[in-house]
Design a protein around this ligand. Structure first.
Ligand code: SF4
Length: 477
């Protein structure tokens, strides 16, 4: 016997909905649908109500469930002020750039991660995060030693660079996660693979060094922590509250200029990742701009000269899997320098600094190291990662405004289940808190972010309208 479900009752049939119901469940569904459609005057609905109560097994419970379901909204409540004061004592909200990015992605995710401090259970296995920590530690160790010894990357040969990587892996890997990399043969394979991956990257870094005026000046440069050389970035939220941002910059590269050192920041990522301009404009990516703000404000203290930010880059540690196959040679020889473009760093940079960032690229050429294309007339193609002259300052200013705006939402107790959506992309796909928020598209809504073309965004950055980003997130009650 066909079972009537709410979905099978079309708008045109509502006048005789109850006449086509065959089961108690179907009756309850049709009843719920009638109320939901505000059809309380539908002929027969009172009889339906009585019928469910009287004849259906557990009729009362069924009615209660139907009515409870009608008022269900899956809304997260606003946090009361006294809890906010406990979470952020001393009128100070301390956090990292990624923390603020989390809020911009979804306020509830921020609430679950940083207020409730829920974390996935840790397991005694090597996660991508653990491998990322190992890569970072080895790279920092190697580059820091080169800086300390005054060795320029352009003077280093590949064999020496590879030797330094191998030694660092041997020293650091055993310390990882309760010595997990000492435990079995598979772990030994992971150690040797790590060394191979980082030898490849070091060879690419030598190639990059030959094409740029920038040289590594600091590794793992911390700001805002008790032991860190640089103080926190501070932003006043209002007359009462302020934000203190802390972080750790994987690498700072400098190039000398007349009155200041030009500074770029490098953040190592396990795989290649772009920073689309809309992510900077919408505050979805705050990490690189925050690092540059920290250097601009306090870099002189650690690096001995006033610093002028020129851009930020995400440096992939490994090429994509397909490309990596072509790099990995059976004889273990490091990759050819010509293949450096597989490791092209993505991010953003001011077009006025192009010649300093990569002086090897000429007309009708594309840089092997950064996303930069020069056409036959010597003009920079709009497809690259550059922004116009003066836009770097504008992007940093925008990042500050985003952080201030996010802090205001947080301090007002905003915990909405409101992930962003750009096209088909949402942060829910890779979220540990899906089981907690129970996002349901019939009750919850995405914050749709419309993106403009790169050209339009560059125009907007040039004209300070003050409305270049989407802040229209309704506050929860
Ligand atoms: S799954 Fe989506 S809606 Fe739920 S917390 Fe994560 S980002 Fe937010």
């Amino acid at each position: 016997m066909p079972k009537l479900t709410p979905r099978r009752v079309g708008a045109a049939e509502t006048h005789d909905t109850f006449e086509h119901v065959w089961t108690a469940t179907g009756l309850a569904s049709a009843f719920a649908l009638a109320i939901q459609r505000d059809q309380g005057d539908l002929p027969g609905w009172r009889q339906a109500y009585n019928q469910i109560l009287v004849s259906a097994t557990n009729g009362k419970e069924r009615i209660q469930r139907v009515l409870a379901g009608l008022s269900y909204s899956n809304a997260a409540k606003k946090l009361p002020k006294k809890i906010i004061e406990r979470v952020y004592p001393g009128n100070t909200m301390t956090g990292s750039a990624s923390q603020f990015e989390t809020f911009r992605a979804c306020p509830f995710r921020y609430f679950a991660r940083y207020v409730l401090q829920l974390e996935p259970r840790e397991e005694f296995v090597l996660s991508a995060l653990d491998m990322g920590s190992l890569y970072h530690a080895v790279l920092s160790h190697v580059v820091h030693a080169l800086i300390e010894e005054g060795v320029d990357l352009v003077d280093l040969d590949e064999a020496e660079a590879a030797k330094r990587v191998d030694e660092a892996v041997d020293e650091i890997a055993p310390r990882l996660k309760s010595e997990i990399l000492l435990s079995d043969g598979r772990s030994e394979y992971i150690r040797s693979d790590t060394a191979r991956i980082l030898r490849d990257l070091m060879a690419v870094m030598l190639s990059q060094a030959a094409a740029t005026d920038f040289k590594p000046a600091a590794c793992e440069l911390g700001f805002g922590g008790e032991q860190d050389p640089l103080p926190a970035v501070q932003i006043d939220v209002d007359k009462t509250y302020r934000v203190k941002i802390k972080g750790r910059i994987d690498r700072v590269d400098l190039a000398p200029e007349a009155k200041a050192q030009l500074a770029r920041v490098i953040d190592y990522k396990s795989t290649s990742r772009r920073v689309p301009l809309y992510e900077l404009v919408q505050g979805l990516h705050l990490q690189l701009p925050t690092y540059l703000i920290a250097l601009q404000a306090h870099g002189r203290k650690a690096l001995g000269a006033p610093l002028k930010p020129v851009g930020g880059f995400l440096q992939p540690i490994r090429a994509g899997s397909a490309q990596e196959m072509s790099l990995t040679r059976a004889d273990g020889v490091p990759p050819l320098r010509e293949q450096a473009e597989q490791y092209r760093a993505r991010g953003f940079f001011g077009e006025e600094f192009i010649g300093r960032l990569d002086h090897s690229v000429g007309p009708k050429e594309r840089s092997r190291h950064i996303a930069l294309y020069i056409n036959k007339d010597g003009e920079v193609s709009v497809q690259g990662d550059h922004v116009r002259a003066g836009h770097i300052d504008r992007l940093l200013e925008l990042a500050e405004r985003h952080i201030k705006d996010i802090a205001q939402h947080v301090l007002q107790g905003d915990t909405q289940i409101a992930p962003y959506r750009i096209g088909t992309t949402t942060p829910c796909s890779y979220c540990d808190y899906r089981g907690v928020c129970r996002f349901d598209a019939t009750h919850n809504h995405y914050r749709s972010i419309q993106t403009q073309s790169r050209q339009e965004m560059l125009e907007m950055l040039s004209s300070d309208t003050g409305t270049v980003w989407e802040t229209s997130v309704a506050r929860n009650k």
